[in-house]
Design a protein around this ligand. Structure first.
Ligand code: UD1
Length: 361
């Protein structure tokens, strides 16, 4: 199998290229940066996928395309709206144009994100399944982090979302990822090509981007702890996420590229283990500092953040045969650079609470 990986020098793309090559696939990577660590046997092409000139001959003999190139994260502020749209929307459009021009007849797998759901699924004891509205500056500033029932204002229990849940992107990045999915689906219908969108949860593991505004929370916490500082936990630390290891995400991609029948539509790619951001901070602090540093719960918040975002991995299990192999404890031990089995494995209840500073980003 010959596979083209866009963004194959990025965090997930690097692991994916390595996994594919190890399984005997011929791998071509298109990226606008050089690889930090080149995977042996991979054919690297330097170029911007938005430039149609780079596509000349690139799709010849290609059986499958994995589209990992993207600008990720919540970004800095509205100042980067143009960059997100240029990289994610226009980038995907130019990829699809190249596939169309080449009469591509293979399959396409795209990296998406579960941020497309906005706030996840919630249940009110009185009103059943509900979808809370956008979080407000007033609520966040007053420390009301959990969204209230949109009918009675009462408390809600967060649940897991399936791929059939309504989409509701709540920040620029989420909007571009959803648009990318829609463009891919439109192309798939027109061209008769199977297009799958893998909605990644919070991906972590070796090679995570560090010290950039686009770094995920696990990487930020690790950098803080490595520098001898307590990780700054936003809100009250009760935000729920699913932290999925990058090697599992790479494997999910390989399955989507090879499963029969060729998968189409969205798939949640998750570990199936919901954890809070506070759990993450405590697990890393315990392992990296041996308990000397405790997470600082800051009550800071970012308006674009969703509160809880945990999805069901059932469809990926059924249709792709995907199940995450790396559990939270093992993954955290590796991220902290200590052997698995040492240090605490979960919340210890020792998080320090600091006075809430000025709210906002
Ligand atoms: C992350 C990814 C996004 C991906 C999505 C999939 C990044 C930057 N974002 O989004 O690309 O599509 O997962 O679900 O990799 N937090 C702190 N302290 C900090 C930074 C963040 O407490 O210093 C909290 C945030 O308030 C948030 C949580 O950690 O509640 C996660 O934030 P972040 O890592 O930025 O990821 P997501 O927005 O979940």
């Amino acid at each position: 199998m010959r596979v083209l990986v866009t963004g194959g020098c990025g965090f997930v793309g690097t692991h994916l290229a390595a996994t594919l090559a190890a399984e005997g696939a011929e791998v071509v990577v298109l990226d606008r940066v050089e690889p930090t660590v080149a995977v042996p046997g991979v054919d690297y092409r330097l170029g911007d996928l938005r430039d149609q000139a780079v596509w000349a001959g690139l799709l010849e003999g290609v059986d499958a395309v994995s589209h990992q190139a993207a600008r990720v994260g919540l970004g800095v502020d509205m100042g980067d709206v143009g960059d997100y749209v240029a990289d994610n929307d226009v980038g995907t459009a130019q990829l699809l144009l190249a596939l169309h021009r080449a009469d591509f007849a293979g399959r396409l797998v795209m990296a998406s994100s579960m941020v497309v759901y906005g706030e996840g699924a919630y249940r009110c004891a009185e009103h059943g399944g509900v979808r809370p509205g956008p979080r407000t500056v007033e609520d966040l500033g007053a420390g009301r982090f959990d969204p209230p029932c949109p009918v009675c204002g009462g408390p809600l229990d967060p649940g897991t979302v399936s791929e059939d849940a309504p989409v509701d992107p709540r920040n620029v990045y989420a909007a571009t990822k959803l648009h990318q999915e829609h463009l891919g689906a439109a192309y798939g219908r027109e061209a008769g090509v199977a297009v799958a969108a893998l909605r990644y949860h919070n991906v972590y593991g070796p090679g995570m981007p560090r010290d950039t505004p686009y770094a995920g929370v696990a990487s930020i916490f690790r950098s803080e702890l490595d520098a001898g500082r307590s990780p700054a936990v936003f809100e009250d630390g009760g935000q729920r996420r699913d932290f999925v290891h990058v090697t599992d995400v790479a494997r999910a991609n390989v399955l989507a590229l090879s499963a029969e029948p060729a998968p189409t539509g969205p798939f949640n790619i998750a570990s199936g283990e919901a954890r809070t951001v506070g759990d993450l901070a405590t697990a890393l602090a315990d392992r990296i500092s041996g308990g000397a540093l405790v997470p600082a719960v800051t009550a800071r918040w970012r308006l674009g953040d969703v509160r809880h975002i945990v999805a069901s991995p059932a469809r990926a299990r059924e249709m792709l045969g995907f199940e995450a192999a790396v559990g939270f404890a093992e993954g955290m031990a590796e991220l902290a650079g200590v052997p698995a089995g040492t240090g605490a494995t979960g919340p210890t209840g020792r998080a320090a609470r600091t006075p809430a500073p000025a709210a906002g980003r």
